[in-house]
Design a protein around this ligand. Structure first.
Ligand code: M6R
Length: 479
């Protein structure tokens, strides 16, 4: 700001003063500068999120790092490119105008109509956004399948599957990376296309083997995660096509990828990602169906729609039994540590369950593949350690024997598994019954809702700031 002030003192115009100051900065950043004398605002960015919004009838314009912040105040959202000056001024005919650094008019921006209403940013009767977002999942699943099988989404899936990748490089961060692991399982199982899943923060520094003909698949709620964007850029440099599975339409990832599959989760306000995870994984599953050519058959489409609606029903059932999970959370929230374990398709949701718990309840939690415990972590098991054991019908006996090893070391067992299995019921200190029948590959997304609610209630008993946990930001726009 000192640079801008000193430029203004040299009699430069406001636009030139900001532009000249910005030219002297390095790295990724976004600036918003208010001229107190004229009430004009200039905003500019490089490699960081910046959006502008306009409500023409009210003669109102705003800038923000996130389009969701403009819901209710703007009808049109503008996404400027890097190094484009956005001028908000009531002195001009156009309240918002765009300029290049040399002061000439710029066309380097995109715009779209705001589709969200203020209602979407309201908690309603829920105490926290996180809880509201968990409860939204069944409805969102039903909408997603409609959009992709019977609505505008069908064309998007056709375009993406036409890329016919030799291999997918899936890259993302945090929860989105765990959704990537679930998607890898869908694609490798159904399409037999190799998928490498990597944390975006590692991928970009590892000099990965990338070839033309391979496709980068990037998963993100915000579409603004710095590492994910850099991983996408690396794939582009290597002449690969890139696809996003993303929530925020118009975000940087959305604009930078060749094709995009929207997850249609609506605004996710809770820092802990819940509904976005479910929608990301389910969008990836639809991609696997499209790649297999299944969406050309009406019979197959009905089968898929039925499967998604069964998942929504089963999640509704978990939500109707929330008191059972709340009770378990009350019994266990004061223990020292938590191991979430699962095998095969449940391993990614064991990782996700642990991440959710640590980020909102501030307790030590780890996700582990059940079979790996004896390779080290079992040394940590004692009567102060809780094992949240995710037990599906597949590999049931092997998973039970892993739990027995924990039980033998006095660990506290919380079983999330099928009803009426006495082998499981007998070793659990606490048990939440699940009905996996007919869910098949979608089962991880079902049990994960129990994980979300356990984390939510443990955090509530601990009294943490659930929607805005300490040290965390909703979008991680820095490395
Ligand atoms: O916006 P993104 O999906 O790219 O964000 C990725 C992670 O930062 C995010 O999933 C984070 O791990 C969540 N806070 C987890 O709940």
């Amino acid at each position: 700001m000192a640079l801008v002030t000193s430029n203004l003192k040299k009699e430069m115009s406001f636009l030139t003063a900001v532009s000249e100051a910005f030219k002297r900065t390095d790295g990724n950043s976004a600036f918003v500068v208010l001229n107190a004398e004229t009430s004009e605002i200039l905003a500019i960015k490089r490699g960081a999120p910046l959006v502008a919004g306009l409500h023409e009838a009210n003669s109102d314009a705003s800038v923000s790092s996130d389009p969701y912040a403009l819901v209710g105040s703007s009808e049109t959202i503008y996404f400027p490119g890097d190094e484009v000056l956005v001028l908000l001024s009531k002195r001009n005919n156009d309240i918002i105008s765009f300029f290049e650094l040399d002061g000439s008019e710029s066309k380097n921006y995109k715009s779209k109509q705001q589709e969200m209403s203020l209602e979407a940013t309201d908690k309603g009767d829920f105490e926290h956004f996180m809880l509201k977002e968990i409860y939204e999942q069944p409805g969102l699943i039903r909408d997603l399948v409609q959009f992709y099988l019977a609505g505008e989404g069908a064309e998007l899936l056709t375009k993406v599957s036409a890329l016919k990748p030799e291999k997918f490089h899936i890259s993302a961060c945090g929860t989105a990376a765990y959704a990537g692991m679930v998607i890898r399982d869908f694609i490798e199982h159904r399409n037999r296309i190799p998928c490498a899943v990597e944390l975006a923060s590692e991928f970009r520094y590892r000099n990965p083997l990338l070839r033309e003909g391979e496709v980068g698949l990037f998963i993100s709620q915000s579409g603004e995660t710095a590492d994910t964007l850099a991983a996408q850029g690396l794939c582009v440099e290597n002449k690969m096509k890139t696809i996003s599975i993303v929530n925020v339409e118009g975000s940087t990832l959305y604009r930078d990828c060749d094709e995009n599959l929207l997850i249609r989760a609506g605004i996710e306000i809770g820092v802990a990602s819940t509904k976005a995870f479910t929608q990301q994984a389910l969008t990836g599953c639809l991609l696997s169906y499209a790649l297999a050519g299944d969406l050309t058959s009406e019979e197959k489409k009905k089968e898929i729609a039925d499967k998604y609606s069964l998942l929504a029903e089963r999640i509704d059932d978990i939500l109707s039994r929330v008191d059972e999970l709340k009770k378990i959370a009350e019994e266990i929230y004061n223990y020292n540590g938590f191991f979430f374990t699962g095998r095969g398709q449940y391993f990614p949701v064991a990782l996700e369950g642990a991440l959710k718990l640590k980020e909102i309840a501030y307790v030590h939690a780890e996700g582990y593949a059940s079979g790996e415990l004896k390779h080290g972590p079992i040394a940590l098991i004692d009567d102060q350690m809780v094992n949240i054991a995710i037990v599906g019908p597949k590999l049931f006996d092997k998973t039970i024997s892993n739990i027995q090893e924990i039980k033998a070391r006095r660990g506290v067992i919380v079983g999330l598994g099928p009803k009426g299995e006495s082998d499981l019921d007998d070793i659990c200190d606490f048990k939440f019954d699940l009905n996996f029948d007919g869910l098949g590959e979608l089962s991880p997304l079902y049990v994960n809702v129990a994980n979300q609610l356990l984390a939510y209630y443990m955090a509530k008993f601990k009294g943490t700031d659930i929607d805005k946990p300490r040290n965390l930001a909703k979008s991680v726009t820095v490395e």
